[in-house]
Design a protein around this ligand. Structure first.
Ligand code: OGA
Ligand code: MN
Length: 308
């Protein structure tokens, strides 16, 4: 049964037992009435896909999934990426024992808090820059699903910025300027800036990829401003001009009115559409334990524009 009732500014949508409560009219919703630890019906998966097409980020509170349950849930939305773990992250450490799962924690293999100079801790500092997961891949990720086990007392929020609103609020001149341009996205752009010392093999694991700066989301049909901190060049511009423009566009995307900050509670699962939002983690005290893990589905849609 589908029903909608007014709740503040936005409608609460009920489908069967599932309740989708918008935080904003078309951005961020809380989803309740499901147990993500158990296999879900096809109708539940459809309801989640419909909700994420509209809201871009779904928050599922009170879902303390284990690794296998998180993997099983993610697989319902398409093939899971294993390339990141096998090509790069496994060289840092393998703690969770599944190539489909990325370790977004500051925990070392012995179970203790990783030292701030441990590559595991340094690498996750890169997540503090606005990005989509794997914008630098020929087949970037569609959905990412992040589950929190241990959270910090202060900081450590994950922020989401709406790329659809960012496009809609561009001024006309900037819209014209970027209309037919492409950006070169490079996997190690922020890592190099951060001074992370990656090997030549790591640097060539993902050859740079070129994407249009404006894309149309294949389901919502909304236009999105497709720029993140992996952009190191923009077509038709000198390298400095392109990097300055990318920086300006990211500042526009990250304006407070486009941003929602999620403060984590253990057992939260947050799922986002990498085609519609940027995200970043916020700074926290690295001597505190922060334990999260992520699975991501691979985007096989050809309608996002051509990568070369
Ligand atoms: C991620 C990510 C940010 C955070 O898991 O992809 O960027 O807050 N996480 O940990
Ligand atoms: Mn990320």
């Amino acid at each position: 049964m589908n029903a909608a009732k007014t709740h503040g500014m936005a409608a609460v949508i009920e489908r069967g037992a599932i309740t989708v409560t918008p935080v904003r009219p078309d951005f961020i919703a809380r989803v309740t009435g499901l147990d993500l630890r158990r296999p879900l019906s096809a109708a539940a998966i459809d309801a989640i896909e419909a909700a994420i097409a509209t809201f871009a980020v779904l928050i599922f509170p009170g879902q303390p999934v284990c690794v296998d349950e998180q993997v099983a849930f993610g697989r319902r939305f398409g093939p899971l990426d294993t390339g990141l773990q096998t090509k790069l992250l496994s060289k840092v450490q393998t703690r969770l024992g599944n190539d489909a799962v990325s370790d977004i924690s500051n925990v070392a293999v012995d179970g203790g808090i990783a030292d701030r100079h441990h590559k595991q801790a340094m690498m996750n500092v890169g997540n503090q820059f606005w990005h989509t997961d794997s914008s630098y891949e020929h087949h970037p990720f569609r959905y990412s699903i992040l589950a929190a086990q241990t959270v910090v007392g202060r900081g450590g929020e994950t922020e989401f910025a709406d790329l659809r609103a960012a496009y809609d609020t561009l001024d006309d001149a900037t819209r014209d300027l970027i209309a037919d341009r492409t950006g070169v996205f490079f996997s190690h752009n922020t890592r190099q800036w951060l001074g992370i010392d990656d090997s030549p093999a790591d640097l060539t694991a993902y050859p740079p990829v070129r994407w249009p700066l404006v894309r149309t989301h294949p389901v919502s049909r909304r236009r999105v401003l497709w720029v993140d901190s992996k952009v190191r060049e923009i077509s038709g511009m000198s390298v400095p001009e392109g990097r300055a423009l990318a920086h300006e566009l990211i500042e526009h995307i990250g304006q407070r009115e486009h941003v929602h900050a999620h403060r984590w509670t253990p057992g939260d699962v947050v799922m986002w559409d990498n085609r519609s939002v940027l995200h970043r983690g916020r700074r926290f005290d690295l001597t505190e334990r922060r334990e999260m893990r992520r699975v991501s589905t691979v985007d096989d849609s050809a309608s996002l524009g051509t990568a070369d």
